[in-house]
Design a protein around this ligand. Structure first.
Ligand code: NAP
Length: 295
């Protein structure tokens, strides 16, 4: 079976690619700016390129992780964000619908406004920023072209094995502590987050694809998330203990972050996947220890 993973150089895509390599599938991973062994470089923001690429690889399954996922970048470049997050998704969905291909699309808790958690997949989205809107519009493209042959998986803030600590909004806290020249580090203590470990999400995606292969009617929106509620300050305290940074040098900031507007608490209800016994959660302290102290 031909399986394609877009964004296979990304924080999540790398783990998905790694997890899928354990299967006997014919795997194609795509990248854009980064080169990596075994991956093919393709610019998904060019619709013609997408069609040609898909026609030459004919995937039966596409896991579409590639996206612009930084809300502050989307705020500055909404058109570029839409080309990748909306138009590329529409092109992939349209090709998939006409070739009987299953698409698993990664989306975000930022489709919600964070005022009434926890959010079920059927709850009404109301994104607060361009990034959340673009991911929601990507969802809608998928549903309008390929509703019955797709699954939308929403996840919250991710962290995991990284090329640089600044790659994730979680591990960047360790980077800030290590580089600190001031006596204290002020850390946002406003939004409640549910940090989610990329190897767990990759494992969940693999389970979802296998479930779909044995249940061809399975489609729609599902959620997966870690289950520990932490603000950035709460995460920073745990990270500080792991890297030997004095916790008393961390100062909580109760104000919302600057830049793109964010939801205060977009906790995802994961009961649909829990009932199917799909999904895995590694405790935050254990997972972040592995990430910060790689073997
Ligand atoms: N990270 C989070 O906290 C988070 C939270 C919720 C949802 N998500 C969702 O999870 C998915 C994966 O996010 P991530 O954190 O892994 O993102 P990421 O680390 O920023 O990776 C983005 C990927 O997209 C590729 N890409 C960028 N522009 C491209 C283009 N024009 N053509 C083709 N590929 C392009 C990148 O390739 P190169 O690097 O090679 O250029 C990279 O592989 C996204 O759909 C995101 O919306 C992420």
């Amino acid at each position: 079976m031909n399986v394609m993973i877009t964004g296979a150089t990304g924080l999540l895509g790398r783990e998905v690619f790694r997890a899928f390599q354990k299967k006997e599938w014919n795997l194609t991973g795509t990248s854009f700016r980064r080169k990596a062994p075994g991956l093919m470089r393709v610019d998904l923001s060019q619709p013609d390129t997408i069609q040609d690429f898909l026609n030459s690889h004919l995937p039966a399954v596409i896991v579409h992780t590639a996206a612009e996922r930084h809300p502050d970048v989307s705020l500055k470049d909404p058109a570029g964000t839409r080309r990748l997050n909306v138009e590329a998704t529409a092109a992939i969905a349209s090709w998939a619908a006409s070739h009987g291909t299953f698409v698993l699309y990664l989306s975000t808790d930022y489709v919600f406004d964070g005022t009434q958690p926890p959010y079920r997949p059927t709850d009404k989205p109301n994104p607060l920023n361009d990034y959340g809107q673009s991911k929601l519009d990507g969802e809608q493209e998928l549903r309008s072209h390929a509703q019955k042959s797709s699954v939308i998986l929403r996840v919250p803030i991710l962290y995991g094995p990284c090329e640089t600590l600044s790659e994730s909004a979680v591990t960047v806290l360790a980077d800030q502590m290590r580089r600190l020249t001031e006596p204290t580090l002020t850390v946002e203590d406003w939004a409640t987050r549910y940090p989610t470990y990329t190897p767990d999400v990759a494992y969940t995606i693999l389970q979802l694809v296998e479930y779909r292969l044995s249940h061809p009617d399975f489609h729609g929106i599902v959620h997966w998330s870690g289950d520990e509620a932490l603000t950035k300050y709460g995460m920073a305290r745990i990270i500080a203990e792991q890297i030997g940074f004095p916790v008393e040098r961390l100062v909580p900031n109760p104000a919302p972050p600057s830049g793109a507007t964010r939801p205060k608490n977009s906790h995802l209800d994961c009961s649909v996947l829990e009932q199917l016994h799909i999904g895995r959660r590694t405790p935050f302290t254990e997972a972040i220890r592995t990430v910060l102290n790689p073997a």
